[in-house]
Write a protein that binds this ligand. Sequence first.
Ligand code: ADP
Ligand code: MG
Length: 151
Amino acid sequence: MSYWTLPDETATAALAQRFAAAVDGGLVIYLHGDLGAGKTSFARALLTALGVGERVKSPTYSLVESYRAGELTAWHLDLYRIADPGELEWLGLDALGDPAALVLVEWPERGSGALPAPDLVLELEHAGDGRRARADPRSDRGSVVLERLGE
Ligand code: ADP
Ligand code: MG
């Protein structure tokens, strides 16, 4: 497990950039944390650092956005507005199961059973005016990414 203190949004973005440098293929990251904890900030900085040229919007209303990041296909989901994981069937999310895809999910607990298993779980929480982050590997792929962060 790894911990970080993130005093401001720049620190959140810097951490996401380190993750981007450590990612070299498909990966599923679950982003846990209350509203305003910085999940979208993290996802946006990660996708931008991976080479997404367009503006990364919050998928609050669309539920899912997809991007090309160099060779990677990336998916960014925000399931806050999902009441029942069955609603996800309508979105046709089979492509999320592609092991070569990068999948970032906010509020993954609302899609349980309808999502690929996580390689990494990142928890963000408020800490004073800033935030704290904690990452847990859940697969070999996830462990490798966390090990590379230290380099
Ligand atoms: P979430 O997606 O978890 O609801 P957002 O990424 O939309 O949260 O961020 C909410 C607000 O928190 C934004 O205004 C963002 O600038 C701010 N923020 C992000 N990271 C930090 C941080 N480490 N310290 C202080 N504010 C932050
Ligand atoms: Mg968000």
